[in-house]
Design a protein around this ligand. Structure first.
Ligand SMILES: C[S@@+](CC[C@H](N)C(=O)[O-])C[C@H]1O[C@@H](n2cnc3c(N)ncnc32)[C@H](O)[C@@H]1O
Length: 339
């Protein structure tokens, strides 16, 4: 049985990504640091320490370029981020910073295609705007209102090329009924990091865009949410995190609890495909059976109708021969048609 690998790297992702083989990763999931929003560490390599927006976007584009190199053809890069509100104290102005345009352009420049999008609805407006139990109602300024920033983007980019086409995924029909919705309502909670991923968010991404035994990478890995969820769902994981405190936290809170069983690839992509096809066959068989039963019922109804008409005809003939209704009823006792 194959053994899964959990590779956990402390360092600058720009340097560490260079050490990874080209076309060795099936899926990348990350939420990047932002320029000037929240500083994670004093390390000069920390992207949240950039002097200017230009420098930030330039470094981010280098990371995306390296990620493109390590991804397999048709591999997906899922990036989670949000536009954010300026504050007078930090930015000297009010309004919103939009990252979508810049980030999307970088991906397009690096030969990715925007493949699909999800809105991650993280929490209620009450949680985002609670003040005096009234959603900032008493702070409302007519004509200058801002609504809650309680959601984020999940953009899925696809590297060019073709991959082995695999039918199915290791999810249920019930999962799909919820996940096919372009808005995911998932409570934003995670361990000891200022901006953790919700495990459920990562689980959905991993299950939708990778298979058991695949390799999943997070270049800005924080407290190791992607590694953790990947291993728990039978994928190999590679995480790179610059800040030692977060790097150690992941080991202490997550990886140190693993047993040998966590690393066993107990089901493979072949198993997933086989059970998906079986389920599909059963669903198709069920549809066929239902169609046949409906056809049989229709035939039966037609036969009953024909018989009733024949009886009516006979009754008329008997009446014409002079038989009374009561005599006909007596005769009919031997011929009963149920509805
Ligand atoms: C938005 S957080 C990611 C949180 C993560 N998704 C989680 O669930 O814990 C961004 C992370 O990128 C890290 N970081 C910043 N610059 C980095 C770099 N050059 N290389 C690797 N990590 C970096 C920060 O320390 C921070 O932990």
């Amino acid at each position: 049985m194959d053994k899964l690998q959990n590779i956990w790297i402390h360092g600058d992702c720009l340097k560490e990504l260079e050490k990874l083989e080209s076309e060795s990763v099936d899926l990348i999931i990350t939420s990047p640091p932002y320029h000037n929003l929240r500083v994670y560490s004093n390390d000069p390599a920390d992207l949240s320490n950039c002097e200017t927006y230009e420098e930030y976007y330039y470094l981010l584009s280098l990371v995306i370029e390296e990620c493109h190199r390590v991804l397999k053809p048709a591999g997906k890069f899922v990036i989670q981020f949000e536009d954010y509100n300026y504050t007078l104290g930090r930015d000297g102005k009010r309004g919103k910073e939009s990252l979508v345009g810049e980030i999307n352009q970088i991906f397009l420049n690096k030969q990715f295609t925007l493949w699909t999008e999800v809105i991650w609805h993280k929490y209620t407006p009450q949680r985002a705007m609670l003040s005096d139990g009234a959603l900032w109602f008493r702070n409302l300024k007519n004509r200058d209102t801002q609504v809650a920033a309680n959601w984020g983007y999940v953009y899925v980019y696809r590297k060019e090329g073709e991959a082995e086409q695999i039918q199915g995924a290791d999810i249920t029909l019930e999962d799909w009924a919820t996940w096919a919705d372009g808005v995911w309502h998932i409570s934003n909670s995670g361990i000891g990091h200022t901006t953790p991923f919700a495990e459920e968010l990562v689980r959905r991404i991993i299950k939708l865009w990778s298979m058991p035994g695949d390799t999943v990478l997070d270049p800005f890995a924080g407290a190791g949410t992607v590694n953790h969820v990947a291993i728990k769902n039978k994928r190999n994981a590679i995480g790179i995190e610059l800040k030692k405190e977060f790097y150690d936290l992941a080991i202490e809170k997550r990886f140190s609890t693993y047993t040998d069983d966590d690393f066993k690839l107990t089901y493979t992509k072949e198993d997933v495909t086989a059970s998906f096809l079986k389920e599909k066959e059963m669903a198709e068989q069920g549809k066929e059976n239902a169609k046949r039963e409906a056809e049989e019922k229709k035939q039966l109804r037609k036969q009953k109708k024909d018989i009733r008409e024949e009886i009516k005809e006979l009754e008329l003939q008997l009446q014409a021969l002079g038989l009374k209704k009561s005599e006909i009823i007596k005769l009919k006792k031997g011929v009963t048609v149920n509805d």
